[in-house]
Design a protein. Structure first.
Length: 228
């Protein structure tokens, strides 16, 4: 279980990306917006910090109409205890950027159904980046899923994964219906959520946070059962 509040902080991003986001995220690029299956962008950038704050650093940006807004978060000290598979877990953020987790990690691959976060957080601890999209399944959002999978496939291969069967890079793409934004990315201790899919900003997040976790490991995990 998490050492932080049981009230998850929900990332929700509205329409608009301010110049301040470029400075904060280190992204120097023009906005690039792909369609997201005609899903309307969320309105209003909000983040539920819960009763204790938990040491989280949150930056919300919203430039108004017609662009892609973001919420960025840093958790400087997430917990990292192992708990039994199936044990109840709560996390300081939604989606998680760290916390207690199961003793086995999710394999680095693309998933068609949501997974228990205990497997995914362990993958973050091994240096992975997870790309999340707000949908109940891949089948329900094939366009958005395909775009994220193509983005992940376009990234350089990970030298640490050389010789690991079926693994080229420590990336996971997974649907999550409880997501408060259209697209989110998480790494150990860091997260970002956007109201649209912006490949340039996704790439900047990956470049900044890939393989920056407490355990740098590329090894096969398991393909967990889909979450009920």
């Amino acid at each position: 279980m998490s050492s932080r509040s049981s009230h998850p902080r929900t990332w929700a991003a509205a329409a608009g990306i301010a110049a301040s986001l470029v400075a904060v995220a280190g992204v120097g690029c023009a906005p690039h917006h792909e369609p997201v299956d005609d899903r309307p962008p969320a309105r209003g950038a909000t983040f539920d910090a819960g009763p204790d704050g938990g040491g989280l650093v949150v930056v919300e940006t919203d430039a108004g109409e017609g662009a892609c807004s973001a919420t960025l978060i840093t958790d400087p000290a997430p917990s990292a205890n192992h708990v039994a598979i199936g044990a109840p877990l709560t996390f300081a953020t939604m989606p998680p950027v760290g916390g207690d987790h199961y003793p086995i990690w999710a394999d680095f691959r693309f998933y068609e159904r949501p997974l228990d976060h205990g497997y995914l957080v362990h993958a973050l601890e091994h240096g992975a980046v997870i790309l999340w999209y707000r949908c109940a399944s891949r089948e329900a959002c094939p366009g958005l899923a395909s775009q994220l999978e193509a983005f992940a496939t376009s990234l350089p291969q990970d030298p640490l994964c050389a010789g690991v069967p079926g693994v080229l890079r420590r990336l996971i793409v997974v649907p999550e219906p409880a997501l408060g934004a259209v697209v989110a990315a998480s790494a150990w201790g860091h997260g970002a959520a956007w109201s649209c899919l912006d490949s340039a900003k996704l790439r900047a997040f990956v470049d900044a946070h890939y393989d920056r976790a407490t355990e740098s490991t590329c090894a096969p995990g398991i393909v967990p059962p889909a979450r009920p």
